[in-house]
Design a protein around this ligand. Sequence first.
Ligand code: CTP
Length: 388
Amino acid sequence: MNKNILLGVTGGIAIYKVVDVVSRLKKLDYNIKIIMTDSACEFVSPMTFETIGKCDVKNKMFHKNSHKIVEHIDLANWADLFLVAPASANIMAKINHGIADDLLTSTALAYTKPIMFCVSMNTNMLNNPSTQKNIEELKEKNHLIIDSNSGMLACDTKGDGRLKEPWEIVEEVENYFCKKDLKGKKVLITAGATVERIDPVRYITNDSSGKMGYSIAKKAFMRGADVTIISGKTSVDSPYGIENIKVQSAIDMKEQIESCVDDYDCLIMAAAVSDFKVKNRKDLKIKKQDGIHSLELEENPDILKSLNKKENQIFIGFAAETNNLIKNAEKKLNKKNLDYIVLNDVSKKDIGFNSEYNKVSIISKNQILELDKDTKLNIADKILDLIK
Ligand code: CTP
């Protein structure tokens, strides 16, 4: 069933971003109800939120027919999540001290679960000891504080206090609702394409966009795992909130993995690693008159094959194949000492490299699980079910 989000909107210039938050939450099929404070209505008309959210926007505590329901209690009971954005210094101070002098604060007092506050204010107001104390106390009461970003503020200064971007706030909401069945697991995920330099301006790489690896990382993080990404060249944004160590070549990736893999319960190797590197890489740009017509290549080490898997560790590889799919993947499973290999057919244009979709088979020593074509995010969940 779709979750109910009660959005409390307070007066702050970042309110324009919250209109976008509502639009994004609507597209994800959340049920939305909105309470605006009087100050919020000074910045944006309730009609904007009503139209974008296709939902009720409440403002007044007392109005006609109010005897029919006790609205603030009703709203508090209805919500699966109470999200406050932008969360001003004033609203956090009031809610922390149990002040209930309008519809938003009265509903907050009646709400029994953690409230998610998306902090937004001027840097000096944020750094004020009173605000800091209120934030600490709200955390102690189990409320969720979504810290602000640093950057340009409406008051023409640079600093902390910028409301998180709409997509980041939506990620926080999605994370909140996700089951945390991977809590306690440490997962290392590689993504993207390695890059083998020819000279300072040219390189050899491949078509991997990083989408599959990033989808797995995003889902693992949402499901509560402690996630680290090691990624090569990618063409999509790094997932929100996850440490992402950027590397270039296969050798760089190997060194990074070797330095930390023992600390992880699971390694998922979704990166497309270059099999070859350039033998005599040049430090200066190769000029036309140098007359180079061929490149001498040498083999890169096979990262997975070279690792010493500890007992209890789970290693999952990917097999990018165009022919003899199952047979080739099974060979890699055995040769690289993997627990599972995820086979995908990279000859198909509608799936695999760069696509939002994939169609994979998950192969282990004694089983082949053929999955239907699906989004990379849904496939990520199926892969992560293997390590629960
Ligand atoms: N891989 C690796 N080190 C390499 C090459 C690949 O660890 N030098 C990993 C990939 O990240 C993937 C798996 O091994 O998880 C299979 O990669 P793939 O490119 O399908 O196969 P290769 O082993 O490179 O063999 P081939 O290119 O001959 O198919």
